[in-house]
Design a protein around this ligand. Structure first.
Ligand SMILES: CC(C)(COP(=O)(O)OP(=O)(O)OC[C@H]1O[C@@H](n2cnc3c(N)ncnc32)[C@H](O)[C@@H]1OP(=O)(O)O)[C@@H](O)C(=O)NCCC(=O)NCCS
Length: 232
């Protein structure tokens, strides 16, 4: 099969949407990342373990998973004013089967519920299918995170299964929901792609977690190699 993907297309510096754009992380973003990852409400929504994380743990995560040139991670910015609001990554890239896991965290509470997460998810999923030529994108999300479930459903993710009562939160057990979207689902639901979706080349590095439930120690990086994935 032809290895014909331009690295700048495969791992661009910027992916532009209408109201948000994705740009590779920069080292001066650490204070914001630290604030988000130490935020108890973000931890409640995204992590199995909600105990405090140390600055060092977040720093290591930032360096390895968000800043590294091999990490497929993007900062989420508002198109208007360039404000940094979150982070999104692809992990556990499986080239043999054309699949990857998606994660997103909008760390700024005042930016929840404005459609930014849906648009950032659409941009990443479009990128996974168009540029990375993958076959499926999966994620996991806690049952009580109804805002996230709704955003993923709007993009076209379907519930594929659940790990019953996998998480203890707020005095009850809740399911971990597994969702996925296939390239065929995406093409059917978004025949024209993402409105405004464009990529730009440049340099820098970076992936994270959004649907990061804190168990994905298997997060693989996705940077660098100009490979064609999947069976297309
Ligand atoms: C999950 C997340 C990415 C969603 O992005 P967002 O920009 O807040 O969500 P959107 O505005 O795009 O879409 C949310 C949808 O849920 C609905 N919604 C908002 N708050 C809700 C709530 N409390 N309960 C149920 N639905 C809710 C909105 O109305 C919207 O649906 P609609 O367009 O049909 O009206 C973002 O909220 C986030 O990062 N949260 C913190 C971390 C997190 O939960 N990450 C995901 C882990 S799996």
């Amino acid at each position: 099969m032809a290895l014909d993907i331009d690295p700048a297309r495969w791992h661009p510096d910027t992916i532009r949407g209408r109201r948000v754009f994705l740009r590779r992380h920069r080292s001066d973003q650490f204070p914001a990342i630290l604030r988000w990852y130490r935020d108890p409400e973000v931890a409640r929504l995204t992590r199995f373990q909600v105990g405090p994380v140390s600055d060092d743990e977040v720093r290591r995560y930032f360096q390895l998973r968000l800043l590294s040139p091999d990490a497929f991670a993007y900062a989420i910015h508002l198109a208007e004013g360039d404000r940094l609001i979150g982070t999104t990554t692809l992990s556990a890239l499986d080239p043999d089967n054309g699949s990857v896991l998606f994660h997103i965290t909008i760390g700024e509470h005042d930016c929840w519920g404005h459609g930014y997460g849906t648009e950032a998810t659409e941009l990443m999923v479009a990128h996974a299918f168009d540029a990375l030529t993958l076959h499926r994108v999966g994620l996991s999300v806690f049952e009580f995170n109804t805002r996230a479930v709704r955003a993923y459903e709007k993009v076209g993710f379907r519930v594929e299964g659940r790990s019953r009562e996998a998480v203890w939160r707020d005095g009850s057990y809740w399911d971990e929901i597994h969702m996925g979207i296939l390239e065929s689902d995406w093409r059917r639901l978004h025949p024209r792609g993402v409105p405004g979706g464009r990529t730009a080349r440049g340099a820098a590095g970076g992936p994270d977690d959004g649907a990061d439930t804190g168990r994905d120690g298997d997060r693989d990086t996705a940077g660098g190699q100009p490979l064609r994935y999947g069976r297309r």
